[in-house]
Design a protein around this ligand. Sequence first.
Ligand code: ASP
Length: 587
Amino acid sequence: MSSFSMHTHTCGELRTSDLGKEVTLTGWVGRRRDHGGLIFIDLRDREGLTQVSFDPDISGGEAFRTAEKVRTEWPLKVVGVVRQRPDANPNLPTGEIEVLASEVEVLNTSKTTPFQIEDHVDISEDIRLRYRYLDLRRPSMMANMRLRSDFTFALREALHARAFMEVETPALFKSTPEGARDFIVPSRLQPGNFYALPQSPQLLKQLLMVGGVERYYQVAKCFRDEDLRADRQPEFTQVDIEMSFVEQDDVMGALEETLADAFSKVGVDMPLPLRRLSYREAMDTYGTDKPDTRYGMELHDVTELFANSSFKVFATAAQTEGHVIKCINAKGAGTWSRGKIDKLSKVAATFGAKGLAWVAFRADGTVNSPIAKFFGEEEMAALREACAVEPGDLLLFAAGSWQLTCEILGGMRVHMAKALELPLEGHDFLWVVDFPLVHWDEDRKAYAAEHQPFTQPEEADLDRLESDPLSVGSHTYDFVMDGYEAGGGGMRIHNAELQMRILKLLGFTEERAREQFGFLMDALEYGAPPMGGFALGLDRVCMLLAGCDSIRDVMAFPKTTNGNDLMSDAPSAVSDQQLKEVGLRLS
Ligand code: ASP
């Protein structure tokens, strides 16, 4: 990074092999220390830190006099000679050298910053976001930005190497539903009409396939007006991909290779082929469609075992069609106090449980449990065997509908893994495939697409599409990383009639379907090829690669959970004139 710059070297670059060289560095003043007659400044840029020393006996003392005046975060240009540092700092890559300054130029001054530009300082996130440009100067944030840049570049390279073409699609478009609310933009030239910001380029990439692009990708901004959570933002980035003249295994194969290639460039090994779990298996075994398989604690189905139980809740579940009894074995939690175990029912309630049955196997061989008294000797023995029980184990149970039972224990599994601080080594990658096509949305009292409305149903199930839609499978795949849904995609419908049938199933009238998706169905009638694709949640993947807890830490200018930008104060009011121009009046 040294040509076309005011400096000859960066602040992270100099080593003992550079001793004696005259160099020019630029950067910000970090710590500054006055040591009776000598001044030391840590000069910092995005590449690192170099100690610069100022001696009053050098070059008439002018540089020294300037160094006396400079304050933290002033940007400087320093000319000097690299010399051995007497008090080497082994924690710093440049720690064996320093630059003895002969000239220094103050490039600007700085107000006292609201927080120190260092890692491990305790600052509220609001202050960090209000002064994000200062927060970015901190080494850990800069490392996150660099990781993101490197990984995105690696993906681009991996995609180009496989003949993918980068195409930009518009941000001002029509509603492209992916299950969230649209951000809408009023049109000035056509008052009363609105654009929608794309929830993803889904329809546009399908149209690119009809247009013959064959292999497309885009690092695409997506906009979804949802209530935000730790890992959600109103705008986020997907690496959006689509292929045509392919079958599902072609798409998944190409994706696996591409991803493994890109991950390897940032030092992460993703062994191929990736494990594939069906949605059903994932739910049955881990209680979630995005399992972290770096630890076990799998769900055991013990329905049969309790077919004639004297514990009413279990007997009823065992005798009800479609209901199950399942449990997890949280090894190590069997020694917890009764009070501590009882508190787990509050956690289970957040996943929809009405209560939480448990059996603790104490280290001394005794059993402690509010429900064990209902179990016969045989039931207990069978339970011990089914769950490979050892002293110190805690069994947590859920009973009821398959879906809810799985979900409750899936939630508890994650909770217990955290509570027991199970070691999580390396990264965990897998596919979850074969999601159902639709689910029943109780709020809207309608079927809703599980992935999105353009997904190809399982051909063999098509005759049940109207009579038993919940049993219809789909060509879908989610990419799961470390227990997060890191990407997802599917094969698409490329037949206009079938597309209309699906839209009707989802509650569209023919008229509304034409109004919203007529352009898609028109295009499908002009020789649309078989196609499928995927989108990788870039923010989330970078968060996991960087080992952060929030996607905000890998975004340069994220918004708060209220959707505010604390730096610019967006969203903010607009002038009456602006409203008038787009034909709007506030109510
Ligand atoms: N458009 C989908 C999404 O945003 C991804 C895909 O199916 O390619 O989730």
